[in-house]
Write a protein that binds this ligand. Structure first.
Ligand code: NBP
Length: 485
């Protein structure tokens, strides 16, 4: 028998996330076996970044598997999609009952659900884990959102919680739930990230266009905001970005092409919201805002032909308006998180996941891109009432929204009058006004549907009974069936 020390865990995928996560695990005393499709990267890594650390390498999957303690724990950090399936297919014949495959990439939760089922049939354990925090998070403490086969948690809990970020002394990692729950929560995290980024961009846009502020001045404002309820990683880096100077001394941000990219997780969140009928309007708008930004040539052409209001300059008190923008951003952010948790709640009910919403807020509280002080308030709200239906109904958030409302309306109204697009500020406010309305105009939609398609409607005084009216006297009395898609 070999006397060689066996590795605690293996990691496949030596790009930015994989390398940093390996170094993080090694720093915490674990011996890690590194593997990569292009095996020269294994040697490069061992000879450079991993030199002197408790990291061993393998040049084949069989060699990697042979170097592991049992049950074997293998993390995949490769491009989501077919690369993950390809590795799983190659690993299955090399593994034994009870071994654990962990996919830490940004996989679609539906793929994770499928893989859980397939691996269960083969006697293997599968975990789909969200990993957030980018390069620095992976290296010094990411937010980790593992879900899948719960029996695996016992074997990975220590490693995961040791390497994760800590917030309020607690690890930003806990078991999320069955099958695709971990990747679903990560997807919603990324959707919220899209929303937070767009909200910050709208605040920047209004300050730049309506108030004519320079990047330097706006950086100072974001620095102040970071000492308020908005205290968060994204506000902090926005300050740095705005004040970053190019070699000619000018703000670099103003030289960057205004066409935003995306890798899909925001879009997936919006698609899930549509699939499950949850009004996650802010994340949807943030995805569409990126789509609109990417039509740069078309926008340049349109800007020469389509005119807006005579001025985009705000004439009132600048200082007061800056505070109004901060409040609008804060209120819109509350709406975005309320919507994100609505989606989580709906998915949990559909898939029978027992999600711990306060625990999820804690997982996002540190390590990840949306980390913020504000998530501590969300955690507190769910701790106070684990079955809270909507964040907006929590006393703290109800009071905060109330405090911001006047400013929020003022910013949206002025942006509309000045012709400055604020899709997320505006949709958040529209959602708020819709959500707090006991009566909406959907009665007229029902009447229209029944008029042209005999789709039937219910009367206020007789809910549950579907009736059809022959509105024109020319239609028949046969109605369509009443179901919701
Ligand atoms: P990439 O997403 O760029 O993936 C690079 C890795 O995938 C390399 O190991 C590469 O091997 C491997 N790979 C590719 Br590309 N195609 C492959 C294929 N067909 N078969 C086998 N291997 C293949 O790396 P990353 O940015 O470190 O991200 C890793 C995962 O973590 C992704 O799912 C990503 O979405 C997720 N994630 C990334 C971040 C971030 O900030 N970057 C944050 C959170 C999560 P090779 O070296 O042989 O080409």
């Amino acid at each position: 028998m070999s006397t060689e020390v066996k590795a605690d865990i293996a990691l496949i995928g030596l790009a930015v996330m994989g390398q940093n996560l390996i170094l993080n695990m090694a720093d915490h005393g674990y011996t890690v076996c590194a593997y990569n499709r292009t095996t020269s990267k294994v040697d490069d890594f061992l000879g450079n970044e991993a030199k002197g650390k408790s990291v061993v390498g393998a040049h084949s999957l069989a060699e990697m598997v042979a170097k592991l303690k049992k049950p074997r724990r293998i993390i995949l950090l490769v491009k989501a999609g077919s690369a993950v399936d390809g590795f799983i297919e190659q690993l299955v014949p090399l593994l034994e009952k009870g071994d654990i495959i962990i996919d830490g990439g940004n996989s679609e939760y539906t793929d994770t659900q499928r893989r859980c089922k397939e691996m269960r049939e083969k006697g293997l354990l599968f975990v789909g884990s969200g990993v957030s925090g980018g390069e620095e998070g992976a290296r010094y403490g990411p937010s980790l959102m593992p879900g899948g086969h719960a029996e695996a948690w016992l074997h990975i809990k220590d490693i995961f919680q040791n390497i994760a970020a800590k917030a309020e002394g607690e690890p930003c990692c806990d078991w999320v739930g069955d099958d695709g729950a971990g990747h679903f929560v990560k997807m919603v995290h990324n959707g919220i990230e899209y929303g937070d980024m767009q909200l910050i961009c709208e605040a920047y846009h209004v300050m730049k266009e309506a108030l004519g502020l320079s990047p330097q001045e706006m950086g100072d404002i974001f620095e102040q905001w970071n000492k308020s309820e908005l205290d968060s990683f994204l506000i902090e880096i926005t300050k740095d970005i705005l004040q970053f100077k190019d070699s000619d001394g000018k703000a670099l941000v103003e030289k960057i092409l205004d066409s935003a990219g995306q890798k899909g997780t925001g879009k997936w969140t919006a698609i899930s919201a549509l699939d499950y009928g949850v009004p996650v309007t802010l994340i949807g708008e943030s995805v569409f805002a990126r789509c609109l930004s990417s039509l740069k040539d078309e926008r340049v052409q349109a800007s020469k032909l389509l005119s807006g209001p005579p001025t985009s300059k705000y004439e009132g008190d600048k200082k007061a308006f800056i505070e109004d923008i901060r409040m609008a951003l804060y209120a819109s952010k509350i709406i975005s998180y309320a919507q994100g948790f609505m989606l989580l709640r709906e998915a949990a009910s559909k898939f029978n996941w027992k999600l711990n919403y306060g625990g999820i807020a804690l997982m996002w509280r540190g390590g990840c891109i949306i980390r913020s002080v504000f998530l501590g308030n969300i955690k507190a709200a769910f701790e106070k009432n684990a079955s809270l239906n909507n964040l907006l109904l929590d006393d703290f958030f109800r009071a905060e929204i109330g405090k911001c409302q006047g400013s929020w309306r003022k910013v949206v109204a002025n942006a509309v009058l000045l012709g400055i697009p604020t899709p997320c500020f505006s949709t958040a406010l529209a959602f708020f006004d819709g959500y707090r309305s006991a009566v909406l105009p959907a009665n007229l939609i029902q009447a229209q549907r029944d008029y042209f398609g005999a789709h039937t409607y219910e009367l206020l005084e007789k809910p549950g009974t579907f009736v059809h009216t022959n509105w024109t006297g020319r239609g028949g009395n046969v109605s369509s069936s009443s179901y919701n898609a």
